[in-house]
Design a protein around this ligand. Structure first.
Ligand SMILES: Nc1nc2c(c(=O)[nH]1)N[C@H]1C(S)=C(S)[C@@H](COP(=O)(O)OP(=O)(O)OC[C@H]3O[C@@H](n4cnc5c(N)ncnc54)[C@H](O)[C@@H]3O)O[C@H]1N2
Ligand code: MOO
Length: 406
């Protein structure tokens, strides 16, 4: 049986996904990570008036062209309380950072470059250039300037700019909605007292985290047993909630109790593909149920997480109008790895940062896809191409980064 490659699987998943058209207005403090659905123009000019960049004195440049000028201080201009008069020849106005520059002044001399005379006047110790330390009105942006464009993801800088442009809320694309259904007769939620043969359903938490980390809203439909009616009931709930993606966990393999695919086919799903050449995660299933992308992830927690990072993350980001995350980095191996078979391998590894800034990948000796404790300790996954020959310690390798090295 020839299995689909990871690259082809990802291409096919992304080919079916269109960035969402739904939009909404969201309050600024809830906009972090959201993507603008429209261009956003400034509602005002910033700065609204010429103001001082420093604490000092507002002066006429012609008066201070020579070091040692002596000026009378005729008042002060503070942020929020401007000096109302004019600065004339031989005069200075005490000024503070952000305060409006008074009429007549064209330069600010910082206080460190002056000394106070016993009669209250000041003497200049330096001759700044004309216009020094004055921020001109509108130098940041003008009312009507389109300073943020549609398609921009809102981060700290862009949110500050939106607020500065006097917007209380912003038009953003809706978040993708992702339903998660865990399947298996053996599963109980965290906090349960387990009976014989039972285990905790942990996967949903990791998969929901991947979805949320990529700006999706999650509808956790809980656990259903290995039972067609129960699975179909949960699928119907996901459809009624009009989700964009349906993720099922477990029951994806070939055992007698692996009923997810056949149940979904019975619900009307068209199967795109099932099983790919990767480890962990071989039984990945992808289909379409009336426009909803279905990702059937394997039950083993590590398989499920690796598939979610490789496929659900890029899918969600495309739906959410976000650029793909580049997670691949170069590293050197800290141990020898055996030749690989035909499945692309994702080997759990710790990463260390060397003094020269390079990364070293330390593979864990145990790679069982049920061992979530190893995955949780992993900073990255060493990517081993299908058919890769043995790789010696010290050789270059490619790592799918999970987090920064400790
Ligand atoms: N004869 C074959 N057997 C298996 C194959 C195969 O090709 N031929 N593939 C293996 C691979 S690879 C994987 S991965 C697993 C995936 O199987 P399923 O997706 O059907 O998963 P389950 O059998 O339902 O569960 C596997 C394992 O994971 C536990 N599990 C399930 N759901 C959860 C959850 N939500 N949270 C935590 N743990 C969960 C479950 O109890 C099982 O221990 O199949 C191999 N078999
Ligand atoms: O591919 Mo399975 O995901 O090795 O455990």
């Amino acid at each position: 049986m020839s299995l689909l490659s990871v690259e082809e699987a990802l291409q096919r998943i992304l080919a079916r996904a269109n960035p969402l058209r739904r939009t909404e207005r969201v309050a600024l403090h809830e906009c972090l990570g959201r993507v603008l659905a429209e261009n956003v123009a400034a509602k005002l000019t910033h700065p609204p008036f010429d103001n001082s960049a420093m604490d000092g004195y507002a002066v006429r440049h012609e008066d201070i062209a020579e070091v040692g000028a002596e000026l009378s201080v005729i008042g002060q201009s503070a942020a929020g309380r401007r000096f109302r008069g004019d600065v004339k020849g031989g005069e200075a106005v005490r000024i503070f950072t952000g305060a409006p520059v008074p009429a007549g002044a064209d330069t600010v001399i910082i206080q460190e470059d002056t000394e106070k005379l016993p009669d209250g006047r000041i003497r200049t110790l330096f001759a700044p250039a004309k216009g020094r330390h004055i921020r001109l009105a509108g130098q940041d942006f003008l009312a009507g300037d389109v300073a943020l464009s549609a398609g921009s993801a809102l981060d700290a800088g862009r949110l500050t700019l939106a607020a500065g442009m006097n917007h209380r809320d912003l038009p953003v694309f809706a978040r993708p909605k992702i339903a998660i259904i865990a399947t298996g007769d053996e599963l109980l939620p965290p906090g349960s007292s387990l009976g014989p043969d039972q285990i905790i359903a942990s996967n949903s938490f990791g998969i929901a985290a991947v979805a949320r980390d990529n700006e999706a809203d999650v509808l956790d439909l809980g656990i259903v047993g290995d039972d067609r009616t129960a699975i179909a009931g949960a699928v119907a709930k996901a459809q009624a909630a009009q989700v964009d993606v349906l993720v099922t966990l477990g029951g994806a393999s070939v055992g007698d109790h692996d009923l997810v695919q056949s149940t979904l086919l019975g619900c009307g799903m068209t199967l795109d593909f099932w099983r790919i050449a990767m480890r962990p995660g071989k039984p990945l299933m992808v289909g379409d149920l009336d426009g909803v992308t279905v990702l059937g992830l394997p039950g083993n927690p590590v398989s499920s997480l690796v598939c979610a990072l490789l496929f659900l993350e890029p899918l969600t980001r495309k739906l959410a109008h976000l650029p793909p995350r580049s997670r691949l980095v170069d590293a050197r191996l800290a141990a020898t790895l055996p030749a690989n078979d035909r499945r692309q391998d994702y080997i759990r590894a710790r990463l260390t940062l060397e003094a020269d800034g390079s990364l070293v990948a330390h593979p864990f000796p145990r790679q069982d896809s049920s061992m979530v404790s190893i995955f949780a300790q992993s900073d990255g996954l060493i990517v081993r191409r299908p058919g890769a020959p043995e790789a010696a310690s010290g050789e270059a390798c490619s790592v799918f980064r999970l987090r920064d090295p400790a």
